[in-house]
Structure formats: C-alpha cells, structure tokens
Design a protein around this ligand. Sequence first.
Ligand code: 6PG
Length: 224
Amino acid sequence: MDFVILPDAASLAKKAADIVQDQIASSSRVLLALAGGSTPRSVHDQLAIRPIDWSDVTAWVADERWVPPTSEDANQQMIRESITDVVGVRFVAPDTTLTTPAVAATAYGDEIVPLITERDVTSITMLGIGTDGHTASLFPGTTALTVRSLAYVANFVPQLDAWRLTATFRLIAESDMVVFVVSGESKAEVMAGIVAGDDHPAARVEAKQRVLWLLDEPAAAHLT
Ligand code: 6PG
C-alpha cells in the first residue's frame, strides 16, 4: 500500500490538492470523482483557491445520499458549494428526484461509465473512509459489496436505515488513480486494521495505476 503521512489536516488537504492540480496540469482531459464528508470537503476548499484551468475537467461524485439534490445532506450540494459552483467546472451529478434509488443509480451509471471508459481521459477518484471502513457508500455487509459490474448502484444501508447510491468497486477500479484522504484520531483504529489486512470495504479499492492513501498524523497514530 502506498501511504503518505502529513503532519495535520491542513497539510493533508494541501497535499491532496497538489496531486489533483498536478494531474490536471499534465493531462489533456480529466475525469475527477469527488467524495462526500468533511475531509474531502477540506480538499475542495483548497482546490477552489488554486489557479487551475478547469476547462478540460469533468467532475462527478463517487456516492450520494437518497435525499433531494439541494438538501444539506446531499453530497452534490456540498460539492457545488465547496468547489464546482465556485470554479465553474462541469459537474455531472445523480438525479435524486427520479422515482427510486435504483432508477437514479442506473441513470447515473449510464452517464458515468462511458465517460470513465473513454480513451485519453485521466480519471482521478478522491475518496474518504468511515470509522467502520466504508468508502463511497460501500458499507460493511451491504449488497453493493457483492456487485461485480461496472455500474453505479442503489445500496440500502441497514446501519443507517437509508438508501445510498454508490459507484461499485469495479467502477472505481476504472480510475487511473485513487486518492484516499483520511484525517483525525477517530480513523486511527480502522487504518491500523487496513494495514494489518482486515477486510474493510475501503481496503478492497483498486485503480488502474495507483491507490494512494494520504493520512494525517492522528489518523496514522496506530500504524506500526
Ligand atoms: C459520504 C461519503 C463517505 C465519506 C467518509 C469520510 O457520503 O459520507 O462519501 O464515504 O467520504 O465517511 O467522511 P469524513 O471525512 O467526514 O469522516
């Protein structure tokens, strides 16, 4: 596994933004998957103030909650507020006003799969991780973990009593590069488990070229 440990949350966000900025500068076209959560948001805040040419970038979201698009709980709302509306980058988001989570997930997958499988596109996927080892909305024990297809799926999460929409492992694996951003003491235990080989969903993530884990020191505190 490929780890970089940064002193604190601010330097973690800067490092993640550096990586995305460099990839955009060195690629003709970029497909950038963004994530929900507070750690990913701090990366968006950093990216939003950088002098980046966003004209050949398309953003999408690795997972979404089954709430209206403008809900404060919607990942897409947070992403619009923190980055895509701020910098004016093209953003393809799931339509959570459709009839069911399954219909919305399928429709979104139909948009994203052709984009990520296009030639000459560099795809970078930013992900966070939960204290339970979930990433995107691939929660432990849920049915989406067993889906092998290149797709976006509806995933009922009993532990939240809620529907989520999520990229499958197979879809994430189409990314050239995955960058995990992991901050804070609350993540130290799950990170130690991942390094020790525990089968957390986040540990199963693959990419075509590189899966990079960026941790701050508190999140790395239990690593040996
Ligand atoms: C979500 C996310 C989720 C998140 C992690 C990390 O919809 O909540 O996509 O996977 O990225 O839980 O979130 P924090 O950085 O807030 O802990």
